[in-house]
Design a protein around this ligand. Structure first.
Ligand SMILES: Cc1cc2nc3c(=O)[nH]c(=O)nc-3n(C[C@H](O)[C@H](O)[C@H](O)COP(=O)(O)O)c2cc1C
Ligand code: SF4
Length: 450
């Protein structure tokens, strides 16, 4: 293990050593050997490790490209939140009648996640290879790396692009406003088309009609980095780690009450407890873990420690992998107060164009805040019923998945912190409710806030 000498809120840990990424037994595929430098690997170093772009292996554009079949067989699923099968998305984009566009989503709007930042910081060419290969596979005319405006990584990526030559598809960087919903797929498309960074109603989905009316592939930068590895080393190699429904490795951001918060690369199927051990273990007694980011779900600890990071196992436990962020709440923290704070943040990040989001999110944030503060008093039961009703009404509505994420978070908090709910409503909140915030929320002076 090596700690990266980088003064970010998240220390970065990953595998040490120079294990070849193609080593089937190495669980360190994307970050190995790079993180210890803390600098972007230049093109020469990148090609020494991975070889040149394997484009000549996939010539022509006769129907869906051969590389699409390779990605499909690898079982790669998106690492940007929804876990959608990447091969299926490539197929849908390639089926369009016009030449597609590829967007590499590196905005990482999720406050609990730092993995895309770390990946782009040390392995920009792996991501660019993935964007080019995806573009080549679907026959795209352009690939665009989307980053938040003022992100210093934009310069890193521009320098990396300038150092490359002979790519079959032009690459450029686009800077997107730094808002939570601006990095949702249709919002990226809308921004590039009109300058408005708000999500749009679907259909049409970006793969049907996206940038300049063309079929548009929107993939997370980590997904594209895995795609670049699959193209080089093959689907069987990719499947040697992880499980049948969740093959490969994933970058996990661990924050909160662990000794070594950071970004770790682990095989999918690693248990939550094992990841926390990798992050130095508990810094104090633990209570719960928020899995998947702020649109994710709480799971209790220590009982949830045995749950494996696979799509199927997490779904069975009432959670989802999301962006593979784990936020660890200590016993001396109030899960309800934390959730209420995050809900207020999420409500403030609504694009204010759909009713359930514009009115629903502030309402559920206010309801939960009332419960936390004991303000609901004798009306507590009624407030709780109203909150439950609102969560039902909001679910599945809105032009994008933003409200669904907030509902998932709130519902899981009511489930996992049920005992606390009763305490708060009976006027006996836990002593930690008024304590300092534990989860990083942008704009707050929370520990680890960026
Ligand atoms: C509110 C909201 C914000 C999102 N922000 C990001 C983001 O910052 N980065 C990202 O890769 N995906 C983000 N997504 C998911 C994208 O819409 C899209 O599903 C993803 O980029 C697809 O990539 P994948 O298939 O590789 O996961 C967001 C979704 C929502 C609903
Ligand atoms: S659901 Fe919310 S964030 Fe999504 S488009 Fe509607 S108002 Fe905007």
């Amino acid at each position: 293990m090596v700690r990266v000498p980088r003064a970010t809120p998240h220390q970065v840990m990953a595998a040490a050593g120079q294990a070849r990424p193609a080593d089937p037994d190495s669980p360190y595929r994307l970050l190995a050997g790079w993180v210890d430098t803390g600098r972007p690997a230049d093109l020469a170093a990148h090609q020494r490790r991975h070889g040149p772009l394997p484009v000549p292996a996939y010539p022509g554009r006769a129907g869906p490209h051969r590389l699409i079949g390779v990605v499909d067989r690898s079982g790669l699923r998106g690492r940007g939140g929804a876990g959608f099968p990447t091969g299926r998305k490539l197929t849908a984009v390639a089926a369009g009648r016009r030449r597609p566009i590829v967007l590499a989503n590196g905005c990482e709007g999720e406050p609990a996640s730092r993995k895309d930042h770390v990946l782009l910081s040390v392995a920009p060419h792996l991501v660019l290879d993935g964007a080019i290969l995806a573009a080549y596979a679907v026959g795209a005319e352009e690939a665009v790396v989307c980053l938040h405006a003022q992100d210093p990584l934009a310069d890193t990526l521009r320098a990396a692009i300038a150092a490359r030559s002979g790519d079959p598809v032009p690459l450029r960087v686009a800077e997107v406003p730094d808002r939570y919903v601006a990095s949702e797929a249709s919002a990226l498309v809308n921004f590039l088309n009109t300058g408005d960074p708000r999500p749009t109603a679907k259909p049409p989905r970006p793969f049907e009609r996206g940038v300049r009316g063309r079929p548009t592939l929107v993939d997370n930068v980590e997904t594209l980095a895995h795609l670049a590895m699959v193209a080089r080393y093959g689907p069987e190699w990719f499947r040697r780690l992880g499980g049948p429904d969740s093959p490969g490795t994933t970058l996990v951001t661990v924050t909160g009450a662990v000794r070594l918060p950071g970004v770790y690369e682990v095989p999918l199927g690693t248990s939550i407890g094992q990841v926390l051990e990798l992050a130095g273990g508990a810094a104090e007694e633990l209570q719960a873990v928020l899995v998947g980011g702020y649109g994710g779900s709480w799971l209790p600890l220590p009982s949830g420690g045995g749950i494996r990071l696979t799509h199927a196992d997490l779904q069975a436990a009432g959670a989802s992998l999301g962006v593979a962020a784990l936020v660890v709440l200590p016993a001396r923290g109030c899960g309800l107060a934390e959730t209420a704070r995050v809900l207020r943040y999420l409500a403030g990040e609504s694009a204010a164009q759909c009713g359930p989001c514009m009115f629903g999110l502030p309402a559920i944030a206010a309801d939960l805040t009332a419960v936390v503060e004991g303000a609901a008093g004798r009306r507590g039961g009624a407030v709780l019923d109203r909150l439950g009703g609102r969560l039902e009404v909001i679910r599945g509505r809105g032009a994008c998945a933003h409200p669904d994420g907030a509902v998932r978070l709130a519902s899981s908090a009511l489930r996992v912190f049920g005992t606390d709910v009763r305490r708060h409503l009976s006027g006996r909140p836990c002593p930690w409710a008024a304590g300092g915030p534990r989860l990083p929320v942008p704009g707050d002076a929370a520990p680890g806030a960026r």
